[in-house]
Design a protein around this ligand. Structure first.
Ligand code: 5GP
Length: 182
């Protein structure tokens, strides 16, 4: 495969990810089975796409999903603010939102998007993230469900990019240092 020569270390294999999606799918099925009609699964573009696509197949309920795109930036507030690049299609007033994220790193994106979804009238907002990098956290926020906790390394694959590349690598990996110098 083309990417093999670029990879220093595989942190999470494809098989581990797919098994984890099954496991999380079963947990989320139980969590939302009482009122599945009230659930809206929201994926954060673009990183969450491969994870979300595996996960929703393992949630054994009639669900609706949507996407939004947000980017955090350093504004006047030291915390950083969030800019919505693509908004949801319909109203979420009274909905139980399940936010699907690729990784919780500083935590700023999840904190800000959760605030925003509550401001838009969501009844509940819970977060499922494929990866968690707790060492990097800058704000007090946690995903409700996490696939894998990883060390403080920059990773790519399964939706995560470097300069928009490598999102389609089917596992989580660390790139060789020389990749960053090109
Ligand atoms: P936050 O710092 O707000 O928690 O994370 C914001 C975004 O930064 C994540 O959704 C993800 O797209 C990106 N990010 C954080 N850590 C990594 C990483 O190790 N690799 C890649 N490719 N992106 C990351």
């Amino acid at each position: 495969m083309y990417e093999a020569s670029l990879i220093d270390e595989v942190l999470v294999s494809e098989e581990e990810i797919l098994n984890k999606c099954r496991e999380l799918g079963a947990v989320l099925t139980k969590e939302y089975e009482k009122e599945p009609e009230n659930l809206l699964v929201v994926g954060l573009l673009r990183g969450a796409v491969p994870f979300m696509s595996e996960l929703v197949k393992r949630i054994d309920l009639p669900i609706i999903y949507d996407f939004m795109a947000a980017s955090s930036y350093s504004g006047t507030e030291s915390l950083g603010d969030i800019k919505i690049l693509l908004d949801l299609h319909s109203s979420i007033v009274g909905k139980d939102v399940l936010l699907v994220e690729d990784i919780v790193d500083t935590g700023i994106t999840v904190l800000r998007v959760k605030e925003l979804l509550y401001n838009k009238g969501a009844r509940s907002v819970k977060v499922v993230a494929l990866l968690d990098k707790p060492e990097r956290r800058e704000v007090d926020v946690k995903a409700d469900w996490v696939g894998f906790t990883i060390p403080n390394k920059f990773v790519v694959g399964f939706g995560l990019d470097y300069d928009q590349l490598y999102r389609n690598i089917p596992y989580i990996a660390v790139l060789k240092p020389e990749v960053y110098t090109h």
